[in-house]
Design a protein around this ligand. Structure first.
Ligand SMILES: Cc1ncc(COP(=O)(O)O)c(C=O)c1O
Ligand SMILES: Nc1c(O)cccc1C(=O)C[C@H](N)C(=O)O
Length: 414
């Protein structure tokens, strides 16, 4: 394989992009293993890197909050943590006014609570619309709810590379639709759906719209209130860098809160948790979507990332995300396409989140080789290599190093 400097055609080089990057300084805020152990981390869309501040903030939480305040911490602060942290996520990343976001559970459980509540709230509407290429947990949760409720699933078959558009929903969303569940950024292709237009169309049909924001929160600016979104869920371990298993958030538009009742009734979502009452009476507002004891410890790290995002602004994050994915596509065209690789993500940045996927039948084997070399993308069967670009922690040179390593590993196997 010929040796040359990638990006040396008309597009800027990685070195030029790194030098001009207004967010370059933020990379030093993240913990990084010794060089040699990790050459390029291209999987921030599965698990974001930890912030250095998180190590000391967690240690002081253990010592000063948990260690010193002990059980008093619940009264003093922790009972409100799900909604205080939820409000801050809402303000910084979701375009959501206070009182509509709560943090806790996993994304899967939050999906169950909200979808089930949406179906229960609309008797006579017995269909749940979801796309065939949605993330497995979204589809599985819907299968379970459909079985419990005797509801039907209406599958949207969009071209996965071009994603779900309003046209794909025509004829599928109507008077029998209870709720439509779509991912804002598709986990495989990175396609970014037009949330505003789709939400408007779904609401015109009298149905509720639920967006899975796992791959967009913290990488794509969101305006849930302005778009009129009814419901949303998202995880916090990707672009909110909350760490493995950090809790999910749920957004329930204020206009739906009195109407929807979630199905897992626990004492922490009750009106008076410490009243030890005989039967369940839901709390008012977003607190009624809580079930059990909130995972306060697991909520701490994501706060650091939300504040880092607040300090630079979501617009700057999105700008860098677009530059990174543009550079990834240009490097893929130059280094990988000549080896038979196909680009399986939109070329228009307006239709793309913060990762790209490239396809080749040998990418399963290539991924094993890359991980041994400290280059970490992820593999999604049957043959997609996902290159996740975390705007605040990924550099252009790091990306080039990773793409060159993919080229080399593939060329060795061909
Ligand atoms: C779109 C989407 N939804 C849901 C999940 C996961 O749900 P959970 O946090 O419950 O594992 C993921 C990734 O894991 C995802 O990419
Ligand atoms: N949630 C994950 C996990 O527990 C282990 C490994 C990966 C994940 C992921 O986040 C996968 C990711 N949502 C995806 O888009 O494929």
């Amino acid at each position: 394989m010929e040796n040359h400097t990638p990006g040396s055609g008309t597009s800027p080089t990685s070195a030029e992009l790194d030098a001009a990057d207004p967010l370059a300084a933020q990379r030093a805020a993240f913990y990084s293993p010794d060089e040699g152990e990790l050459a390029a981390y291209l999987d921030g869309n599965s698990l974001g890197r930890p912030l250095k501040a998180t190590a000391s903030n967690l240690a002081s939480f253990v010592q000063d909050a948990w260690g010193s305040r002990l059980i008093r911490g619940w009264d003093e602060q922790w009972m409100d943590e799900p909604t205080v942290v939820g409000d801050r996520i809402g303000e910084v990343t979701l375009g959501a006014a206070a009182g509509q976001v709560t943090v806790g559970d996993s994304t899967s459980v939050m999906l169950y609570k909200l979808i089930r509540a949406a179906v229960d709230a609309q008797p006579g509407r017995d269909e749940i619309v979801v796309d065939r290429d949605n993330f497995p947990t979204d589809r599985f949760i819907i299968e379970g709810i459909a079985a419990e409720k005797g509801a039907s699933i209406v599958w949207v078959s969009a071209n996965p590379a071009s994603g779900v558009r309003t046209g794909d929903l025509e004829g599928l969303v109507g008077e029998r639709t209870a709720v439509v569940v779509l991912s804002h950024v598709a986990y495989r292709s990175g396609f970014l759906a037009d949330a505003r237009a789709i939400t408007a169309m779904v609401k015109d049909a009298g149905a509720l719209m639920l967006w899975d924001l796992c791959h967009s929160v913290g990488s794509v600016p969101l305006e849930l209130d302005e778009w009129g979104v009814d419901l949303a869920v998202g995880c916090t371990y990707k672009y909110l860098n909350g760490g493995p298993g950090s809790p999910a958030f749920a957004y329930v538009n204020a206009s739906q809160q009195g109407r929807l009742r979630q199905p897992i009734w626990g004492w922490m979502g009750a009106d008076n948790p410490f009243g030890m009452t005989e039967s369940y009476k839901p709390a008012t507002g977003i607190r009624s979507f809580i079930t059990g004891t909130p995972p306060v410890l697991a909520m701490q790290p994501l706060k650091d990332m939300v504040e880092l995002i607040a300090s630079v602004g979501m617009e700057a994050v999105r700008e860098k995300s677009i530059r990174l994915t543009e550079h990834a596509i240009s490097l893929a065209d130059e280094l990988l396409v000549p080896l038979g690789v196909e680009i399986a993500s939109p070329r228009d940045p307006a239709e793309r989140g913060s990762h790209i996927t490239v396809d080749h039948p040998l990418f399963g084997q290539v991924t094993t080789v890359l991980w041994e070399r400290g280059v970490i993308p992820d593999f999604r069967p049957p043959h997609g290599l996902r290159i996740g670009l975390s705007p605040l922690s990924t550099g252009y040179g790091e990306l080039e190093l990773g793409m060159t390593a993919i080229r080399d590993a593939l060329a060795e196997l061909l």
